[in-house]
Each structure stands twice: as C-alpha cells, then as structure tokens.
Design a protein around this ligand. Sequence first.
Ligand SMILES: Nc1ncnc2c1ncn2[C@@H]1O[C@H](COP(=O)(O)OP(=O)(O)OP(=O)(O)O)[C@@H](O)[C@H]1O
Ligand SMILES: [Mg+2]
Length: 270
Amino acid sequence: MTSDPVLSIRAASKTFGSRRALDAVSLDVGRGEMIALIGPSGSGKSTLLRSIDGLQTVDAPPEGNAGDGVITAFGGPVQARGKVSDQVRKARIRIGFIAQQFNLVGRLTLFTNVALGSLGRIGTLRGLFGAWPAETKAAAMAALHRVGVADYAAQRANTLSGGQQQRGAIARALVQKAKIILADEPVASLDPVSARKVMEILRDLNKTDGLTVVVTLHQVDYALRYCDRVVALKAGRKVYDGPTAGLDRAKLIDIYGPEFEDVFWEGAPQ
Ligand SMILES: Nc1ncnc2c1ncn2[C@@H]1O[C@H](COP(=O)(O)OP(=O)(O)OP(=O)(O)O)[C@@H](O)[C@H]1O
Ligand SMILES: [Mg+2]
C-alpha cells in the first residue's frame, strides 16, 4: 500500500438464501492503485464492487463483531451493520461506477449522458432540461475527446456499440470528477482491440491523473498486463491478494481449477 486506504472493507460477508456470495472479505485499497479483481464466474466480484459503492448491503455482523461488514470510502462510511449509510452520497460522488452493460440512458445522447455526471454538483432540474453550464459542456466534450468518442456526442446512447458505451461511461466518471473508478467487466463484451483501448484509457487515468482503479476482469492476461495488484475471489473468499508478478501458474490453477491448464496462452506465467 502506497498511502492511506481510500477504500476499506472489513470482513464483508453476503448471503443470498443459503449461498455465500462473499465470505469475510477484507480489503484495503490505497490511493492511486490499479487493482484487478479476478475469480471464476459467481465468485462474488460484482457483489463486492456493488457493496463498495453502496448499491447493495452486506450482511449485518454477528453480535460482538461490530467491525465486520464495515465499508468506508475516503474515511467516510458507505455501510455498516447491514445498512447503507445516510452519508453514502458523499462517498459515491467520488466513485465512478462502470457496470458491464446498461451504463447509459439509452434514449439520451452520449453528450447528455456524460454531462449528467456533473449532476451531483449542479441542480438536477437544470441538468435535465438541458441548460448545461458552459463549464459542464466543456468538461463533457473534453472527457469525450479524452476517451476517443467525441464524434458520437450527438448520437443516442442505445445506438452506440458496446465499446463506445463503455468509453462514454468512463467519460461520465471523469465529468463527475470521480477519484475512484470501479469498473465491473468493462471489457468482457468487447473485441480485443476495443478492449485494449478501454484498458489503456483506465491505465492512463490511473497513471496520469492518479485515479484509483478497481476493475473486475475475466481475461487474466489483461489483469497481468495492466494492473499492479491482483485480488482473487473464489466462492466468495479472498484467495490471493498481492502483486501481479506473484500470480504464478499454480496460483491461477488454484483460483480457476485444473481446467485452467487448457486455456494457457503464450506469455502466461510459469
Ligand atoms: N440478487 C441476488 N440474489 C441471489 N443470488 C445472488 C444475487 N446476486 C448475486 N447472487 C449470487 O451470488 C454469487 C456471486 O455473484 P456475483 O455476481 O458477485 O459473481 P461474479 O464473480 O461477479 O460472477 P461473474 O464473473 O459471472 O460476473 C453467485 O452465486 C450469484 O448467483
Ligand atoms: Mg459479475
């Protein structure tokens, strides 16, 4: 860890019926880190990211373990005791959440979607009626340029390709002035070239702007190439947390199971 944690998760568990989606997961994320969250399908990655943004609650702790299930961002509460904090907005305004799909409002233009990122800071009605302050307009266009989709600003979001929408969602996080980006499978449905572009944008925001990035990835090679630290979940438990370089073949097989041998690619760790 390079500095004070900007995110802190203490022994978070989440049970859906009899299924344990998260099992006592603790995690500290330092300012400026770029972390890949990996693990098989159903291992709890989305549940963890959504819990960090206060989009869902984790379980209330058992009697006597009041510290369990406490999640903070920038030192402020996101959730505790199984309840989302009433101050969650303060944390959320600094968190850009990028979901795998349905990130943008389909019938609105790309520009409007991106400008909506500023709504935490300007009046909602003003924003909805399109009276964007000049500053917001400039910020939205700058963000669209930054992620390479300015040419599509006037296009309705539901007519954009998946990759263009993902980049739009990143632009919206920039207009929001997010300090952390939580991206849930941002490249899962993209072709390899678009996927690489999105990963390069995230890496650039991390390196150039110092944004903290936590990104869930199914492609282990992207985790290895773009992230400094890897956190792996398996059946809701954290089974690896360390430098990307420490993730060797044996650990990957442990995370994904013996079939992982069959999907090794050129350049995979030994
Ligand atoms: N709302 C819900 N109701 C019931 N079960 C749920 C709910 N959300 C998640 N789960 C279960 O919790 C477990 C973890 O789900 P989660 O979506 O976090 O996995 P994941 O690691 O993101 O998987 P994937 O890689 O497929 O996106 C799964 O077994 C899932 O079925
Ligand atoms: Mg998921």
